[in-house]
Write a protein that binds this ligand. Structure first.
Ligand code: COA
Length: 361
């Protein structure tokens, strides 16, 4: 990778000798995020020592080597920035693709972006994002899309807005939900539910496309046998893995009305966080599939969330994060509910926009 200068700042691929600096940066980041309502960072010194050793092991093979185009190893990229010869910032990126059609972009997900407090305001953050945008488009094409999750209580939102990012999704944290009122019943999907689930899923994909999420292929015009099989396989896999790890849930909850019709589906995932976080359970509704135009389906989705929250609590979660498209009216309703708080935003910008916005004068 070419080394770049911007004032006294430099960005380059990570090296084995950066492990100690990275440990300090990670610790600063996760303690900062904990203070802003993010997931709780570990306060145990031993956990951080172990985390530092893990970073050393991960980077050892890069020690002193100059890897051409070295930002990426497989799907994972890692860039550091120096200010006057000292490592003051870092970002990781995970490059993936969720579609097959040529127009569907690769997605470069930024992770753990941090510039140490004393070095902020010198353009280092922008340089790091630029470097990742450049490396991602070199690898995955000009239409690569850069994504970042930003806590709702973080001024970094203005930083991303400045670089051309727009909000795609919201995550709302809920701790209470209205009880069922007996109108609906909700249970983990069984393989026999695959056809009904395919219909809900297909409609959810259509809505997502209509709402302008560029990350996925538009759905095919009709529901094919392939989709039904894919969904049945997913249910069978979730079934096979149920109860294998404490705190772990992967459940597609189907919400039925009194007549037994499937009106909504809620995908619930949870896991115990590993270092450097405190060992808490993070529970998330990763997708809600329900007809937003139909009040009965919306009520079913809310009933499903109530069930999801109970299930999350049963494995030790204290809150449930609910992910939805920014313009999804169900997501907006969840965000306005009693006791709900904005947790984070998922932002996106085409790599080409980031490169334009960070172009040197
Ligand atoms: C967000 C962060 C990486 C920005 O790094 P930085 O090196 O200070 O940012 P830059 O100097 O490159 O700023 C680039 C632009 O964003 C603006 N900006 C940066 N931080 C800002 C803030 N907190 N509020 C408003 N605007 C901000 C700058 O003014 C600059 O605009 P300009 O080009 O018009 O001058 C840094 O503040 C940080 O590490 N924060 C704590 C960790 C964190 O929140 N990371 C993000 C995780 S999603």
């Amino acid at each position: 990778m070419a080394v770049k200068a911007l004032r006294r700042t430099w960005a380059r691929a990570v090296d084995g000798r950066d492990a100690r600096a990275l440990l300090h940066l990670h610790r600063e980041l996760w303690i900062d995020h904990d203070g802003r309502g993010g997931m709780p960072a570990s306060m145990e010194d031993e956990v951080w020592v172990a985390y530092g050793l893990m970073l050393e092991r991960q980077l050892a093979h890069r020690d002193g080597r100059r890897v051409p185009r070295g930002v990426f190893e497989g799907k994972l990229g890692h860039v550091v920035a120096e200010l006057d010869g000292r490592v003051v910032g870092q970002v990781e990126v995970y490059l993936d693709r969720f579609g097959y059609q040529p127009r569907t972009p690769s997605v470069a997900e930024l992770r753990s972006l941090i510039v140490t407090e004393a070095a902020r305001g010198h353009g280092v953050g922008a340089l790091l994002v630029r470097e990742v945008a450049e490396a991602s488009s070199q690898r995955a094409g000009d239409n690569a899309l850069v994504i970042a999750e930003v806590l709702a209580r973080n001024e970094a939102l203005s930083f991303y807005a400045r670089l051309g990012f727009r909000t795609l999704e919201r995550l709302t944290a809920i701790t209470t939900a209205r009880p069922y009122e007996g109108r609906f019943s909700s249970a983990p999907a069984r393989v026999e539910d695959a056809m009904e689930l395919s219909i809900l899923d297909h409609q959810a994909r259509q809505r997502r496309t209509a709402w302008g999420d560029p990350r996925f292929d538009p759905p095919s015009p009709a529901i094919g046998g392939d989709l039904v099989r894919l969904i049945a396989d997913g249910i069978a896999l979730d079934d096979a893995q149920r109860g294998t790890e404490p705190g772990r849930i992967r459940d597609e909850l189907i919400v039925r009305d009194r007549r037994g019709r499937a009106r909504a589906a809620i995908y619930l995932v949870s896991a115990v966080l590993g270092p450097p976080f405190a060992p808490v359970v993070r529970a998330e509704v990763a997708r809600i599939a329900a007809d937003t135009e139909d009040p009965e389906a919306v009520a079913a989705a809310m009933a499903g969330l109530s069930d999801a929250l109970e299930r999350a609590r049963a494995v030790g979660a204290t809150q449930l994060l609910v992910r939805s498209a920014y313009v999804d009216p169900i997501g907006a309703r969840v965000a306005e509910g009693e006791g709900a708080r904005a947790f984070s935003w998922i932002l996106a910008a085409p790599a080409s926009t980031v490169l334009r916005r960070t172009a040197k004068p």
